[in-house]
Design a protein around this ligand. Structure first.
Ligand SMILES: Cc1cc2nc3c(=O)[nH]c(=O)nc-3n(C[C@H](O)[C@H](O)[C@H](O)COP(=O)(O)OP(=O)(O)OC[C@H]3O[C@@H](n4cnc5c(N)ncnc54)[C@H](O)[C@@H]3O)c2cc1C
Length: 488
């Protein structure tokens, strides 16, 4: 009880100072950028972002060596959320902002390419039945096409969508069954350009940035006096160069590293990765994969668990297509000494591995073989095409795939903004609005959904899945380490 009231007191101190408080954000990914943007747009003047990566030089592009969940060529934007319908209205809200950013940016950030979620099943999956109902309620039912139904495919074509949009893997022309849905309301975001655009906005609004090695935070900075039992007060952060950065509030938006900096969150957040490969498309095939012709194309969509699926994204400006293989959500278990949160102890955690442009790859060799097999069977015109890079894309995965945006119990002055759980990117324009609410002590259905959770021990164990015999254990895999490992 004492601990809680002390945290509450600190919150009230922050509230009473309004926009005069100094705020330091760790992480310039989608969660940190959106937070900074909304704070600055709402009158907060002392906002700094620290990030270990030099995004002002790399422009968040993996082709320039950027390595984070947000540093990517393309991400899906969709309103269809199956049973997690509460994200639908949130996504619709975000779409409106993306459309207005499209007008502001030098080139569109959101491209309405459509999204084909395909399989070989005649019946709609339960998740798609829910999606259809959601779309109907939104007045968007017409934008959804059931692919097993010839009349529905013809309806799409009569409305201007190409053959490739409704059957991107050419299954019907090969006499193979085609099921699933073409969702013409969905599309992709030019992820790295979008982050660069928002970083620029943040700077224009007066946000301060420390990017690169000087922005690498080694630990939170705690008040030396131990107050009220385990209750601790955060005074700022310490960077690896030994420098102290003080602030009234620290917001930890460090993606898949968040639970390392805030060990108390490690029962709710973990680091999990999918494999992303960029495939160079031969000039002769490029027309087929352009966004006008090719949708985001998912194969083996079996329901709410996307872990066995493959997704091909339309051609990018580098002449490559991104292929995402989400299985099996890798875990990289390490034994980590927990600092600064009471007596030091060792904690088993999954933490991200790093990737570099020099080596070009850090993924399990088995994943590369899976991707090659997928290519040969489904987009055979890319068989033998050069794989120019392959990387593990690590996100902060939460125990229930809902985000975590809340004050940290027991850590005065610290808010966690994380848990993107493989679907956070699309909310870049709007997430910060909810961080602002939490900071100002206001609540709505989303801040309640994303508040601190206290799962049971059993739930935590299943979710973390740190067992070295698990199929997700990266340590049991042979990893690729050079371009040679990507050759056919
Ligand atoms: C494989 C995969 C596919 C996905 N596909 C989609 C999709 O199609 N659509 C969608 O909407 N979402 C998607 N997502 C989710 C989305 O990409 C993430 O939820 C979102 O980008 C997370 O943003 P973030 O800011 O939390 O993390 P990040 O983008 O990882 O940013 C965290 C930042 O913190 C910095 N940092 C970490 N530790 C420190 C430290 N100690 N000091 C300083 N800086 C530090 C890092 O350098 C990094 O820049 C996908 C995620 C994955 C993994």
């Amino acid at each position: 009880m004492v601990a809680k009231s002390s945290t509450e007191k600190r919150k009230h101190e922050v509230l009473s100072r309004g926009s005069a408080v100094s705020i330091l954000i760790i992480g310039a990914g989608v969660f940190g950028l959106s937070t900074a943007l909304h704070l600055l747009e709402n009158g907060y003047r002392d906002v700094s972002i620290l990030d270990a990566q030099q995004f002002d030089k790399s422009n968040y592009s993996p082709y320039n060596g950027a390595d984070s969940a947000s540093s990517d060529t393309r991400k899906v934007i969709r309103a269809a959320y199956g049973s997690k319908g509460h994200y639908t209205s949130l996504a619709m809200e975000a779409v409106e902002s993306w459309k207005s950013w499209n007008k502001e940016a030098s080139h569109p950030l959101l491209i309405n390419s459509g999204w084909a979620r395909t399989n070989d099943k005649e019946e709609l999956l339960p998740v798609e039945v829910k999606n259809f109902k959601t779309m109907e309620a939104l007045g968007l039912r017409e934008s959804q096409y059931q692919l097993a139904d010839t009349a529905e495919r013809e309806r799409a074509i009569s409305q201007g969508w190409s053959d490739t949009k409704v059957d991107p893997f050419g299954r019907t022309s090969n006499g193979l069954p085609l099921g699933g849905v073409f969702d013409s309301s969905a599309g992709f975001l030019r992820a790295s350009d979008a982050c660069t655009f928002v970083l620029e906005k943040v700077k224009q609004l007066g946000g301060k940035t420390v990017l690169g090695p000087a922005g690498r935070v080694s630990q939170l900075l705690y008040a030396s006096e131990q107050k009220h039992g385990d209750q601790r007060r955060v005074l700022g952060v310490k960077t690896e160069d030994g420098k102290l950065h003080r602030s009234d509030v620290v917001i930890v938006a460090a993606g898949a590293h968040t639970h390392v900096l805030v060990p108390a969150s490690s029962d709710i957040l973990t680091a999990a990765a999918g494999t992303v490969a960029q495939i160079k498309v031969p000039i002769a095939q490029q027309e087929r994969y352009r966004p006008d012709n090719f949708p985001i194309s998912m194969w083996n969509y079996t329901g709410e668990d996307e872990s066995g699926s493959f997704t091909v994204f339309p051609l990018d400006e580098y002449g490559t297509v991104k292929i995402l293989h989400n299985a099996p959500q890798w875990r990289n278990t390490v034994y980590h000494e927990v600092e600064g949160a009471g007596p030091a102890h060792i904690n088993a955690l999954s933490i991200p591995t790093s990737w570099s442009l020099e080596e070009r790859t850090n993924v399990p060799k088995a994943s590369i073989e899976c991707i090659k097999r997928f290519i040969s069977e489904n987009v055979a015109d890319l068989s033998g095409a050069e794989i120019v890079m392959a990387k593990l894309c690590w996100d902060s995965r939460s125990i229930d795939d809902d985000f975590l945006i809340d004050w940290v119990p027991g850590l005065e002055g610290c808010i966690v903004v994380s848990g993107g759980s493989n679907h956070g990117f699309k909310f870049l324009p709007t997430l910060g609005k909810y961080v602002l609410k939490v900071l100002q002590g206001q609540h709505d259905e989303y801040t309640k959904l994303w508040q601190w959770r206290t799962p049971s021990e059993r739930e935590v164990e299943n979710f973390k899945d740190l067992n070295l015999s698990s199929i997700r254990a990266l340590s049991e895999q042979k990893l690729s380490s050079s371009l040679r490992d990507l050759e056919w």
